[in-house]
Design a protein around this ligand. Structure first.
Ligand SMILES: C[S@@+](CC[C@H](N)C(=O)[O-])C[C@H]1O[C@@H](n2cnc3c(N)ncnc32)[C@H](O)[C@@H]1O
Length: 278
């Protein structure tokens, strides 16, 4: 009993840290300026249609939820970090979309079994630390015959490499947590869902990001907007040598990927995976 109480308290504290982390910087700008196409790609891949009941898990500012709502579907955008919802509501209003915004932990979704026709997550559920628990929740709330659609950064792509680059500088992961980019590995996701899904289709694609003069300019932008990177810098803030080393490592990563001529251009690889709930 005490163990269960302790585990629950520890998980609450962990989720509170994650919520605070995603509220740092300016995630709405990342979604709006760098990766808006990912939400549209996911909605198209999952074949969202008018009248369907759709849940977007770890929806952030509605990168997938808003285009899903524009199809005429009935959409709930859920996320651990409600601080992102005001920007999401503005995005929805600009787009002319109507949808609901609800605070929810992907590992304990507050929805009944089989209550959605389509369950989506765009570079979102991958950040819940316990992959099996989160996958079980996606399956549970999707009705039999319904669809699950995911976009996830791949381990081998730029964002996967960025997380590996930051790892030696970041706070140690909590016990039992798995690295987010594993969700970008088709076999890992197939293993999580097992025989509870059929018709798995997985494709690797890239999104091209640009707008910085140099790799260093990308790094300086990124360390000011992206919560996990800001949290990593905070972890080493009292050690200027490690800060300088992380500065160098992130700029070197961007330089290695940079294919721009007059400015930095980076391709970020992701996996689009869709499946049918058995
Ligand atoms: C990279 S953002 C993606 C947001 C949005 N789907 C998009 O495409 O822009 C990751 C999101 O995962 C959310 N998140 C992290 N851990 C979560 C959890 N355990 N449950 C629900 N959402 C979570 C964060 O709050 C954040 O909004």
């Amino acid at each position: 009993m005490t163990d269960t109480v302790d585990a629950t308290a520890a998980d609450r504290a962990l989720k509170a840290r994650h919520r605070a982390m995603w509220g740092l910087g300016d995630y709405p700008a990342v979604a709006r300026d760098l990766i808006p196409e990912l939400g549209r790609v996911l909605v198209a891949a999952a074949g969202v249609r008018r009248g369907e009941r759709v849940l977007d898990v770890a929806a952030g500012t509605g990168n997938a939820a808003v285009p899903a709502a524009l199809t005429g579907a009935e959409v709930v955008a859920s996320d651990l970090t409600p601080e992102l919802f005001p920007a999401g509501r503005e995005f929805a209003a600009r787009a002319g979309a109507e949808l609901a915004w609800e605070e929810a932990d992907a590992e304990a979704l507050p929805y009944a079994d089989a209550s959605f026709d389509v369950v989506l997550s765009c570079v979102g559920v991958m950040f819940a630390p316990h992959h099996q628990q989160a996958a079980d929740e996606l399956v549970r709330v999707c009705r039999p015959g319904g669809r699950i659609g995911l976009v996830s950064w791949t381990p081998e792509g730029f964002v996967g490499e960025m997380f590996r680059t930051m790892k030696p500088y970041a706070p140690p992961p909590p016990p039992g947590a798995q690295p987010p980019p594993l969700w970008g590995d088709e076999q890992h996701v197939r293993g999580l869902f097992g025989d509870r899904v059929t018709d798995v289709v997985a494709r690797r694609r890239t999104v091209t990001t640009s707008g910085w003069e140099t790799p260093e300019a990308w790094r300086d932008y990124w360390k000011s907007v992206y919560g996990p990177t800001i949290a990593t810098y905070r972890n080493i803030a009292d050690d200027p040598e490690r800060v300088a080393a992380l500065d160098r490592d992130l700029a070197a990563l961007a330089a290695r990927y940079d294919r721009g001529a007059g400015g930095t251009v980076l391709d970020w690889e992701y996996l689009v995976l869709t499946a049918r709930r058995a």
